[in-house]
Design a protein around this ligand. Structure first.
Ligand SMILES: Cc1cc2nc3c(=O)[nH]c(=O)nc-3n(C[C@H](O)[C@H](O)[C@H](O)COP(=O)(O)OP(=O)(O)OC[C@H]3O[C@@H](n4cnc5c(N)ncnc54)[C@H](O)[C@@H]3O)c2cc1C
Length: 388
């Protein structure tokens, strides 16, 4: 049975997160032209998160997290997302949060001691290397060009990845590569490798529109990278299966964080609309503006309900692939609409960095593309309808 009543513990944690973000993080937000968050600042933020007892709410207690289930995470992540600094301070930002989840489910105890424990503590960052420049893997992972071949007790990886969030400065990578002798594109292997492993090179930084992800989204080359068999994640050949283990919850946490950011934009726009006068009354009293803000409220409510439902399914042990797809499309498009309306309500101010709305608008756009573009999710849902 789904229950919309938060428990005392959930309420306490949500309220503590709200206060942490409001009192400690928002005052640290950069005003003016956004700059890329560097690792020194990230570490300062994580120290604040530790002091508040709010680091890695999603990660298992055994590995240093708070061990929340998905429903409990929902309100906490939404509250964290209210500032773009929240997920960094609480060490629940992408791609690390999804990587922690994957490792905790698939990695061996030794691998987790080596990589997961320091990752949960925020001592290191990680990256997830799947996408490749054309004609390689993107929406269609079977187009993967990066190969892995076994050589005795080692696996040898060759290929180029791009748009790899956080790669510059990451401690390690989860690399997805197809088996060299498999032409079907169906057998892929995931491997763990420290970023200073010989043969791994950050080829170049890509100038992207966003700024909030430490380590950017660079091009990464793998030239004869030799990885011991002990550092394969799970079993060879099951990479696509593990990608699904990572994806459904990771999509949902993106929905939570970006909903938090959209709510922030909505609060700023609403406050502005209550103050600013035009044609003898406040903006909010003009129907055109009031309706935009009302539409925001409707979108926020729908996103929250869809997130909660998918979170609940995941907590019941369901894969929830279809629901997470639908929620991802709904939230990525609705939060985009919300923030766009906020910019409109703010008038010229909405096109500046005088408020947080400008940066949120820039950062949120890519969510309709990564973790599956909207069109690919629709295509996949439609295909399932065809098969039924
Ligand atoms: C900010 C950002 C961060 C990222 N971080 C990472 C990361 O950390 N690791 C990583 O591996 N990747 C990452 N990516 C890459 C991201 O996952 C890919 O961009 C995404 O999967 C789409 O692949 P593509 O760019 O190759 O687009 P393509 O596959 O070339 O698709 C282009 C467009 O074609 C359309 N399209 C494709 N297939 C279909 C279909 N079946 N039906 C209808 N339309 C379709 C869609 O509109 C799509 O947007 C990131 C991307 C961004 C923008």
């Amino acid at each position: 049975m789904i229950d919309f009543q938060l428990t005392e513990q959930q309420t306490e944690l949500r309220d503590r997160t709200v206060a942490f973000v409001r009192d400690e993080l928002i005052p640290l937000e950069h005003t003016g032209e956004p700059t890329r968050v560097d690792d020194e600042f990230r570490r300062e933020l994580v120290a604040l998160g530790h002091a508040a007892g709010l680091v890695a709410p999603h990660a298992p207690i055994e590995w240093g997290g708070l061990g929340l289930d998905h429903v409990s995470m929902s309100e906490v992540f939404i509250a964290a997302g209210y500032s773009l600094l929240g997920p960094l301070a609480m060490n629940c930002f992408a791609p690390d949060e999804g990587n922690m989840n994957l490792l905790s489910k698939v990695a061996t105890r030794e691998q987790n001691e080596r990589w997961l424990r320091p990752l949960v503590a925020g001592e290191i960052r990680s990256c997830f290397a799947m996408t490749e420049p054309a004609p390689g893997a993107g929406s269609d992972p079977r187009a993967m060009q990066t190969t892995v071949a076994r050589d005795g007790d080692e696996f040898v990886v060759n290929g180029t990845k791009w748009l790899i969030t956080g790669a510059d400065g990451a401690g390690f990578a989860i690399i997805m590569a197809r088996e060299a002798d498999d032409d079907s594109g169906r057998r892929a292997t995931m491997l763990l490798a420290d970023m200073d492993t010989p043969g791994i090179t950050i080829e170049r930084e890509i100038a992207t529109l966003d700024r909030s992800f430490p380590g950017g989204h660079p091009v990464v080359r793998f030239d004869d990278v030799r990885i011991p068999a002990t550092d394969v994640l799970g079993e060879p050949g099951r990479g696509f299966e593990y990608a699904q283990v990572r994806l459904a919850p990771a999509r949902l946490t993106h929905c939570m964080r970006w909903l938090g950011a959209a709510i922030r934009a909505h609060d700023i726009a609403t406050a502005h609309a209550r103050e600013r006068q035009a044609f003898g009354k406040t903006l909010v009293d003009h129907e055109g503006v009031g309706f935009m803000l009302a539409d925001n409220e409707i979108d926020i409510q729908q996103c929250r309900l869809a997130i909660w439902h998918t979170a609940w399914l995941l907590d019941q042990g369901e894969a929830a692939g279809r629901e997470s797809s639908m929620t991802k499309v709904l939230c990525s498009e609705a939060t985009d609409r919300i923030v766009d309306r906020c910019q409109q309500v703010l008038g010229g101010l909405g096109f500046t960095h005088e408020t947080a709305v400008g940066q949120i608008a820039t950062e949120i756009r890519a969510f309709r593309i990564y973790d599956g573009p909207s069109e690919v999710h629709r295509w996949s849902i439609a295909r399932q309808l065809g098969r039924r």
